[in-house]
Design a binder for this molecule. Structure first.
Ligand SMILES: Cc1ncc(COP(=O)(O)O)c(C=O)c1O
Length: 388
């Protein structure tokens, strides 16, 4: 393992050994590998890991060794990070608006042959910077999915008419045309993928362009308290059956760009209570550190948790706490109450589960706090807090 990450059998051993005053990211490799393997073996196509969900090199390395060979990268930095771990991984440049020069650098330095566009201007920039013969250009189509926790089509994705026109233009420029969509992030039911695939059929009929690849994007769910989703198998079955039922999609190769689904469960966060005032808890991490998602989702997304005093679990009846992070502003507050045992005090530890996705990728240095400690929990029966 290239990163000096201490391994422990259980979370209690981390507390005993480190007595950690700073937050600690706890990677559970067994869980991480199981989730990646389950996704890769169940999805009816190729799986690219969306690096943005968790770009920590330790996590990326686990995802790769568990069986992923493709990644969805949004920047040259993400490609460098992945290729420093394994130069044979295939990077797809799936951000529809890029920094100047990034397309050419991706092509020459990272051998990227797959690019996404959702606008004619970006297509022309790609065409100006790249040879056409060995490049696939995915046209990203907007999808309508009010059900997603985050609607990615508010920012990217071409309209129906633009998708048709872009596909024709991609083909006429001599690129290999392909289609892509993103139904959102944290999509809890498969219907959005079914609708989007049916939309692809209509777009292809109208464009009169044949494609060999369709990328169904990310969005596959992980379970959080109060936010349970249909199992991945239902998504995979619905996607496969829909594809088989559509004449212009029946023989395409599918891709998916999961981020959250692969890595959410396999990492927890060990925090410490700094101060308690009644039902107000002040802990050493918050929304400017690892917990921006509760704020972005307006309190809908919460994490399962458990508390320790020393190495002993704190038990007994729960009460709801208002939880604040360590920075000086009042925004640094979890929007939803956190149920934990009544008997909590400064110095106790709280382990939050399902912390793998969009936690450390969104950390800031605000007020000088930057969680950056990692351990691995490798005991056969050790598991982080979960809603199960
Ligand atoms: C283009 C693209 N692909 C994939 C993802 C990953 O989404 P998720 O983590 O919900 O699977 C995102 C998330 O923002 C995205 O923008």
């Amino acid at each position: 393992m290239p990163y000096d990450t201490r391994q422990y059998a259980a979370i209690s051993d981390v507390i005993t050994d480190l007595n950690p005053g700073e937050p600690v990211y706890c990677i559970y490799p067994r869980l991480l590998h199981n989730d990646v393997r389950q996704f890769v073996s169940g999805f009816p196509g190729r799986v690219m890991y969306a690096v943005k969900a968790n770009p920590d090199p330790r996590i990326v390395e686990h995802v790769l060794t568990a069986g992923v060979r493709d990644v969805d990268a949004a920047s040259i930095e993400e490609m460098e990070l992945v290729h420093a771990i394994d130069p044979t991984v295939r990077c797809y440049f799936m951000a529809p608006v890029r920094l100047r020069g990034a397309v050419e650098r991706a092509y020459t330095a990272h051998h990227v042959r797959d690019y996404v566009v959702d606008h004619h201007d970006e297509l022309r920039r790609v065409a100006a910077e790249l040879p056409q013969q060995d490049v696939t250009v995915f046209v990203r189509m907007a999808t309508d999915n009010p059900d997603a926790t985050y609607n990615l089509s508010e920012k990217f994705g071409a309209s129906h008419a633009d998708t048709v026109a872009l596909l024709r233009e991609v083909a006429s420029l001599g690129f290999e045309p392909a289609l892509a969509f993103n139904t959102g992030s944290l999509v809890r039911r498969p219907g959005a993928y079914v609708d989007a695939l049916k939309h692809c059929q209509k777009v292809l009929e109208e464009a009169g362009v044949a494609v060999r690849q369709v990328d169904v994007g990310g969005g596959f769910p992980s379970d959080y308290p109060g936010m349970q989703s249909e199992p991945w198998e239902s998504f995979f079955k619905a996607i496969d059956e829909t594809r088989q039922s559509l004449p212009l999609l029946r023989n395409v190769e599918l891709h998916a760009e999961p981020g959250r689904a692969l890595i959410a469960n396999g990492m927890s966060l060990l925090t410490q209570v700094l101060h308690r005032a009644g039902n107000r808890l002040f802990i050493n991490d918050g929304v400017w550190g690892s917990m921006v998602e509760p704020m972005l989702s307006k309190g809908e997304l919460r994490y399962p948790s458990r508390a320790f005093r020393g190495t002993t679990p704190v038990t007994g009846a729960d009460q709801n706490y208002e939880v604040f992070g360590p920075t000086c502003d009042s925004m640094d507050r979890l929007p939803a109450p956190l149920p934990l045992p009544c008997d909590l005090a400064a110095g106790d530890w709280i382990e939050f589960g399902t912390m793998g996705a969009y936690s450390l990728s969104n950390r800031t240095h605000f007020n000088g706090f930057f969680p950056d400690n990692f351990v691995e929990i490798v005991g056969d029966t050790s598991a982080p807090p979960s809603i199960g």
